[in-house]
Design a protein around this ligand. Structure first.
Ligand code: GLC
Ligand code: MG
Length: 425
């Protein structure tokens, strides 16, 4: 799919902290499960939207800390900033909407009269968002009084309490829900409203997401009291909203299955790769499957067997060439030798592999061009390469997967390996 130019099959709109990202999961396993599912079965025809309370500065920090995918649309600062694509192009139309009945200076002036309000970091103060910390037991009263005062000053604002500590003041037309409604309207006008949207959240600022007509919703198992309370009061009888029994990204996967939105078994949950052959021929799935094999092989999570290497050899042409990011061209024989040497070399280490932004184009009959970023973490070091792969499905049945004709990798700027030799492929 040419990103954003045609109608998506599914649109997932997810909060980040404690929803997509589990800060209590040091190995990030639920996030990596989601990543593999998304890149294998959804990336090519669906839309991933992150909707976070974080400012662009803190959002970028989180991306460096956690193995996160790149979304198609990023909504930041509690629905006050919408950007598109990797280059994060801002939506100027949304800024216009937010300027109505909004005056930051008046908000600053009135809030300064409350000693209970403690201003958050400078990075979190944005053109259409003013944020404070306030104690749980003071929150309700402060919100009421402040709201009356701001109305008297002629403003129409929205005050949101999240995570039992954060208080955000935004224009009335802002918020995560309004930002999603704005996107839906825009897609509808362009005739490409996705047939299914799943919203995912854990805290107060996510509540609005669940009010958008037609959406499916999941509150992850670890959702905050304030969201559960909101749900009990406002959405208890809506069968389209569930409270998952699983935490964070695993709760999102659970909801995909519950609402039948598409495949819901992550390739990471399938140990024997031969069981996981999809019914439809999905080149993205082959890429995910191969790099999962690499991770398990190097972590020695699978038994050593020459059969695997022979199998890989059978899935490429004798003339296939693989260009390592160091620039050296390798034959399939060189690659299988490198793989043989690397068995178990990451055993007992925090070594993980994931792919991001797999794009697929059928460039000829049975020939596929794939582009993606491949990332590895080993301990504290993170490395990444941009990869281009040619796959062929000529004379093969779906159960046999694809033949790898060619692969070319180059380091992502600033994320190359110090030592080229421990990047196997
Ligand atoms: C994020 C933001 C913070 C905001 C909170 C709740 O943590 O950094 O400014 O108050 O989300 O929306
Ligand atoms: Mg959250």
């Amino acid at each position: 799919m040419d990103r954003l130019s045609s109608s998506a099959r599914v649109m997932i709109v997810s909060d980040l902290d404690h929803t997509m990202v589990d800060h209590h999961d040091s190995e990030n396993l639920s996030l990596l499960r989601f990543n593999a599912l998304w890149e294998a079965y959804y990336r090519h025809d669906s839309l991933l939207v992150f909707s976070t309370g974080r400012s662009p500065t803190l959002y970028k920090e989180l991306r460096k800390e956690k193995p996160m995918l790149t979304p198609d649309i990023t909504i930041m600062s509690v629905g006050t900033e919408i950007t598109y694509d990797t280059s994060m192009v801002p939506d100027e139309g949304w800024v216009e909407v937010l300027n109505q009945k909004w005056d930051r200076n008046i908000v600053m002036e009135e809030t300064s009269k409350f000693s209970e309000l403690k201003l958050q970091a400078e990075t979190e103060q944005r053109p259409h968002k003013v944020s404070f910390y306030v104690q749980k037991d003071k929150a309700q009263e402060v919100m009421k009084t402040l709201s009356d005062k701001l109305v008297k000053r002629g403003l129409d604002v929205k005050i949101i309490y999240s995570g039992g500590m954060d208080l955000d003041i935004l224009p009335q037309g802002a918020g995560k829900g309004q930002a999603l409604a704005y996107l839906h309207k825009k897609f509808k006008t362009e005739g490409k409203l996705p047939p299914n949207t799943l919203v995912c959240g854990d805290s107060g600022n996510d509540a609005e997401l669940f009010t958008i007509p037609e959406v499916h919703g999941v509150m992850v198992s670890n959702a905050q009291e304030e969201l559960l309370h909101w749900h009990a009061e406002n959405a208890k009888n809506n069968p389209k909203v569930i409270h998952a029994t699983e935490r964070c990204a695993s709760g999102i996967i659970q909801a995909i299955g519950h609402f039948n939105l598409g495949p819901s078994i992550s390739p990471r949950d399938v140990m024997d790769s031969s069981d996981s052959v999809p019914e439809n021929f999905e080149p993205g799935h082959d890429i995910v499957r191969f790099f999962l094999f690499l991770e398990r092989w190097r972590r020695a999570e699978m038994a050593y067997s020459e059969l695997y290497l022979a199998g890989l050899k059978a899935l490429s042409f004798p003339s296939s060439a693989f260009v390592h990011p160091s620039g050296i061209e390798q034959s399939i024989l060189d690659c299988t030798n490198a793989l043989r040497r690397s068995y178990g070399d990451e055993q007992g280490k925090q070594y993980r592999v994931w792919v991001d932004q797999v794009t697929t184009t059928e460039i000829g009959s049975n020939i596929w061009l794939l582009k993606f970023n491949k990332w590895e973490i080993s301990g504290d070091e993170r490395r990444g390469c941009i990869a281009t792969v040619l796959l062929s499905s000529k004379d093969l049945s779906p159960s046999e997967g694809f033949t790898w004709v060619h692969m070319h990798q180059t380091w992502v700027d600033g994320a190359g390996a110090k030592d080229h030799t421990d990047w196997v492929c």
